[in-house]
Design a protein. Structure first.
Lengths: 261, 258
């Protein structure tokens, strides 16, 4: 029960801290406006390149944008504790690490879906993309799957925040890798073979493929394997992330570098 | 006149060196444009306009200049605030615009790294030839492009002087300016009402100057002149707004609190 409370209440407070300590309105310029323009930018770039339809970019980018809170909010949850000088207290507490860090990723997943949905809705309205209303529930499920796998990747890369100070650089690089490798804006078949091979082990790739299938009229049975693969990849990153968190915490305690790095 | 000019020049050198040692700034300005350059290369290679690869290199480079300008210039005042020197700088007899202006120009000036990295990336990985039709005019077009984009950042940072989270506001303007200034996407593809907006944004003219010099599609001198004209306007507007907002912040005693 305590662990559940730590996960839910602690996670919610930590997430609110990302914005509320400063100003709740910060949510808009960080997580709402840039995603909308990312969708528009790539849709128009696609038109300029005469490569794919607007639907391809709206679906691909809106699903990939689940990585925005997944990577940045999760990693900043740890970096923010250090900035506020509460990281040592947090890790000195007897609270379950699983509850602490999973709790911090729960609101991130919810916001990931919200970011995906808002950018998708904006893209559909502005670019006049036609998608059957019946496909929406399955599309939301696909976005939720991507939000989970991205938050799991976020935990794995947030663990590095226990070792390095400039995590924003790394977060940007990981976000860029997802943008380039995962078939978001360029079909996997048009990427070099080694890139599309790496993409198979990254979050987003399978969710984007599933999302495009759903937009084209596929049902749950048709995309179940893709969603299952996305969930499995997310689970693998989650396990890796929890192991890394445990390891880096151990190293930081032994070297007394928790707040020095 | 020489004193403000000396301050701006020394400030520019100081902040350029400072930013060049900042891991985030250097990574953002060298690597992030490569992402967009690569995506553009793949998209144009896979699409029907392979000749557009050359333009994509330059467009991604200017995107890099604007990108680092939005982030660093927007956060410049907050950085002084968090370092605890904002009140001292504002209280000093030196006009504050001569302090802020070199910071924002230095932010865009490290965008030169993005020009180098993007052109080399295109050459080495995608085999795009670096054959500039008018190399001297190309070199001549770079400084006004960088300065005018930096001064656009100066206007932005003047407007958001009272926001503590200026970086977030700056971040918000990254994609919209990329989109409307024709860096990778021809403005003609966008709705007609966008074009007048692009005229008042320096990246539009900087990109035109660079591409006209690179491909000899016309004289870049008019575009360079537009960069200089916009630079003068941005300086005037930025200094006026900065004075107004600072006065307001001082009157309300919120300079270090907001």
């Amino acid at each position: 029960m305590t662990a559940l409370r730590v996960a839910l209440v602690g996670g919610l407070l930590s997430f609110r801290g990302l914005f509320s300590w400063l100003h709740p309105a910060l949510f808009i310029p960080t997580l709402i406006v840039p995603p909308l323009f990312q969708v528009l930018f790539f849709a128009y770039l696609g038109r300029a390149a005469e490569l794919e339809s607007d639907t391809f970019y709206v679906v691909g980018n809106s699903i990939q944008l689940a990585a925005l809170p997944g990577l940045f909010a999760t990693s900043q949850a740890i970096a923010g504790e250090r900035r506020a000088q509460t990281l040592a207290h947090l890790l000195a507490s007897p609270a379950s690490r699983l509850a602490l860090f999973l709790g911090r990723s729960l609101p991130v997943m919810a916001i990931g879906v919200l970011v995906s949905l808002s950018s998708f809705a904006f893209g559909v309205l502005v670019l006049d993309v036609e998608i059957a209303a019946g496909a929406l529930p399955l599309l939301v499920l696909t976005m939720a799957t991507a939000a989970f796998s991205c938050a799991a990747l976020g935990i794995a890369h947030a663990a590095i925040a226990l070792r390095v100070r400039e995590l924003a650089v790394f977060s940007n690089l990981v976000f860029a890798v997802l943008l380039v490798f995962c078939g978001v804006n360029v079909p996997l078949d048009d990427l070099p073979q080694w890139m599309s091979t790496i993409a198979q082990g990254l979050p987003v790739t399978h969710a984007v493929e599933a999302g495009r299938d759903v937009a084209a009229g596929a049902g749950l049975a048709d995309v179940a394997a893709l969603l299952g693969a996305e969930l499995a990849i997310g689970a693998a990153y989650l396990l890796l992330g929890l192991a890394l968190l445990r390891y880096y915490e151990f190293v930081a305690r032994r070297r007394a570098t928790l707040e020095l790095v | 006149m020489t004193r403000p000019a000396r301050l701006v020049w020394l400030g520019l050198l100081f902040h350029f060196k400072h930013l060049s040692r900042n891991a985030f700034a250097v990574t953002a300005t060298t690597i992030w444009p490569l992402v967009y350059a690569s995506l553009a290369y793949f998209m144009f290679q896979a699409g029907s306009e392979p000749e557009a690869l050359l333009v994509a290199s330059l467009g991604a480079a200017v995107m890099g200049i604007w990108s680092i300008t939005t982030v660093e210039a927007a956060d410049s005042i907050q950085r002084q605030r968090s370092l605890g020197v904002l009140e001292l700088l504002v209280a000093a007899p030196t006009p504050f615009w001569t302090v802020l202006l070199p910071i924002t120009i230095a932010s865009s000036a490290i965008g030169i790294y993005s020009v180098v990295s993007t052109l080399l990336w295109g050459r080495l990985l995608f085999g795009i030839p670096l054959e500039l039709e008018q190399p001297l005019l190309f070199a001549l077009a770079i400084p006004p492009t960088i300065v005018s984009i930096g001064l656009l950042g100066f206007v932005m940072s003047s407007v958001i002087v009272r926001f503590r989270a200026g970086w977030a506001v700056g971040n918000m303007f990254e994609y919209p300016v990329w989109l409307v200034t024709g860096l990778l996407i021809p403005v003609a593809l966008l709705p007609a009402w966008v074009e007048p907006i692009s005229w008042v944004l320096a990246p539009t003219w900087g990109m035109r100057a660079l591409s006209e010099a690179a491909f000899a599609r016309g004289s870049p001198l008019e575009d360079i002149a537009m960069c200089l004209l916009l630079s003068a306007i941005y300086t005037l507007v930025g200094a006026t707004l900065l004075g107004r907002f600072l006065e307001s912040a001082r009157r309300r005693a919120t300079l270090s609190l907001t």
